[in-house]
Design a protein around this ligand. Structure first.
Ligand code: CU
Length: 227
């Protein structure tokens, strides 16, 4: 999760997140270079008067390069972007399904595989009940416990208004829409504690319906979910 003094994006817990961070960094690098190039060019023209662009009444070479170079740059953004999109959407085999339902203003979860029949509500812990070392506005009374290194399909819907189930350190976010079942895939690299919040303005307590997932080994998962 994001802590004090952390720069840039959070460390990713899954492959999609890591790829998204790489793509973000590349796009930022490209943007900075283009901006820098524009500033340097403008300064050259300003400082040298017309000398810098003198002789360029027309130039075929120049026209070819200012068409081709931006073309390649856009291509280098578009292709990885599409690959990333299909990679995030594309998984069709799962080890496990987690069902998430958004409510005003809490989440409820269902895990009903491997002999388990778990369904529970997850509320934020209020300030006065928070343990020392707990995260204010982020810790919940019932965390979701899932296995790491396992493909998990998350089915997301809502019981009342629009919500959004978001996990920044996994690079994933999906709308919870009443009457509709959205899905996404998560797979944690390592045992981890992942926090998130509702990301769709859903009413007065929108800020107070956090998400907390603990990724543990299969044994821990079965102990927590299969009574
Ligand atoms: Cu919400």
């Amino acid at each position: 999760m994001t802590g004090f003094n952390s720069l840039l994006l959070q460390d990713s817990m899954n492959m999609a997140g890591a790829e998204i961070v790489l793509f973000h960094d590349y796009a930022m690098l490209l943007m900075s270079l283009i901006l820098m190039g524009f500033v340097v060019f403008s300064l050259m023209v300003l400082k040298t008067g017309s000398w810098f662009v003198k002789g360029y009444g027309s130039s075929e070479m120049l026209e070819i390069s200012w068409t081709m170079i931006p073309g390649f740059l856009l291509y280098s953004l578009g292709v990885p972007s599409l690959f990333l999109m299909y990679y995030i959407e594309g998984n069709t085999k799962y080890d496990l399904t987690l069902k998430v339902t958004g409510h005003q203003w809490y989440w409820s979860y269902e895990v009903s595989e491997y002999g388990g029949e778990m369904s529970f509500d997850s509320y934020m812990i209020n300030d006065e009940d928070l343990q020392v070392g707990g995260y204010r506005l982020l810790d919940v009374d019932n965390s979701v416990v899932l296995p790491y290194l396992s493909k998990i399909r998350v089915l997301v819907t809502s019981g009342d208004v629009l919500h959004a189930w978001a996990l920044p350190s996994m690079g994933m976010k999906i709308d919870a829409i009443p009457g509709r079942l959205n899905f996404m895939n998560i797979m944690s690299f390592r045992p981890s504690s992942v926090y998130g919040q509702c990301s769709e303005i859903c009413g007065v307590n929108h800020s107070f319906m956090p998400i907390h997932i603990e990724f543990v080994g299969w044994e821990g998962f079965l102990n927590a979910n299969v009574a």
